[in-house]
Design a protein around this ligand. Structure first.
Ligand SMILES: Nc1ncnc2c1ncn2[C@@H]1O[C@H](COP(=O)(O)OP(=O)(O)OP(=O)(O)O)[C@@H](O)[C@H]1O
Ligand SMILES: [Mg+2]
Length: 238
């Protein structure tokens, strides 16, 4: 049973710098069990850095990241995946010269039972089954995004971090991706979704945070924020 009051992820006042550039200036946010939470923000706001910080792919200067009340700051990225968080990175991270199946297998590096899960992935993304022996570089952008999501799901996450899954895709494919995001949530997986497509993101999300130059400037329920004048001006084109 999904318990919507249960805190799954708690990001507490985190600060991250790249040399002189402070990308995150003290960010606090959370995802509860069963939620889709969207993180909006302009280019360079720090969105991808936040996901990397959750996965401990960049060092935290300050603050903490808790998953099920346990700090992740001393946990290696592959251990975090084993605990139940999967990242679909910016740019998808597909290995072009490897086949679709080989790419999927990478997502299940710590599981011996992953083949039994493949049927479920192919049910979600039938096109991947058709393309299974093809090298991933020959897939269309939308198919590559599905492969990236399928690969992340093979690690059996409880929390999925999606970094701009709709970027560069045609409107019809974007709709498809958003439907899949809702379906994945309905299967009990919580989602933190980075998007530049604020309209679509607010339709599927329960809650929303807006990041501006490394700080949360607006947060609230997606329904409320879809009608907020402040958010409309900044992210919804007036
Ligand atoms: N590896 C890096 N080295 C130096 N600076 C970086 C590095 N990665 C990101 N930055 C800087 O940190 C800030 C936040 O970058 P980040 O990629 O997190 O933003 P973003 O919100 O994901 O942007 P986008 O919408 O373009 O993907 C930016 O000013 C960026 O230039
Ligand atoms: Mg980014």
């Amino acid at each position: 049973m999904v318990d919507k009051s249960k805190a799954l992820l708690e990001v507490q006042n985190i600060k991250v710098s790249y040399g002189a550039v402070q990308a995150l200036k003290g960010v606090t946010l959370g995802v509860k069990e069963g939620e889709i939470v969207t993180l909006l923000g302009a280019n360079g706001a720090g969105k991808s850095t936040l996901l990397k910080a959750i996965m401990q792919m960049v060092p935290l200067q300050e603050g903490d990241v808790l998953y099920l009340k346990e700090s992740l700051t001393r946990t290696k990225t592959n251990q975090i995946v084993k605990k139940g968080i999967a990242l679909v990175p910016e740019g998808r991270g597909i290995l072009a010269s490897m086949t679709v199946l080989e790419n999927l297998e990478l997502g299940a590096f710590h599981r011996s039972d992953w083949r039994s899960e493949l049927d479920h992935i192919f049910e979600l993304f039938p096109i991947l089954k058709e393309r299974i022996k093809q090298s991933a570089g020959t897939l269309s952008g939308g198919e590559q995004q599905m492969l990236a999501i399928g690969r992340a799901l093979l690690s059996k996450p409880r929390l999925l971090l999606l970094d701009e899954p709709s970027l560069g895709l045609a409107p019809k494919i974007i709709q498809n991706i958003f439907q899949l995001i809702q379906r994945i949530r309905n299967e009990g997986i919580s989602i933190l979704l980075i998007e530049q497509n604020a309209h679509m993101a607010l339709k599927v999300a329960d809650r929303c945070y807006c990041l501006e130059t490394g700080q949360v400037v607006i947060s609230g329920s997606a329904d409320e924020l879809a009608h907020s004048e402040e958010l409309k001006k900044a992210y919804l084109g007036g």
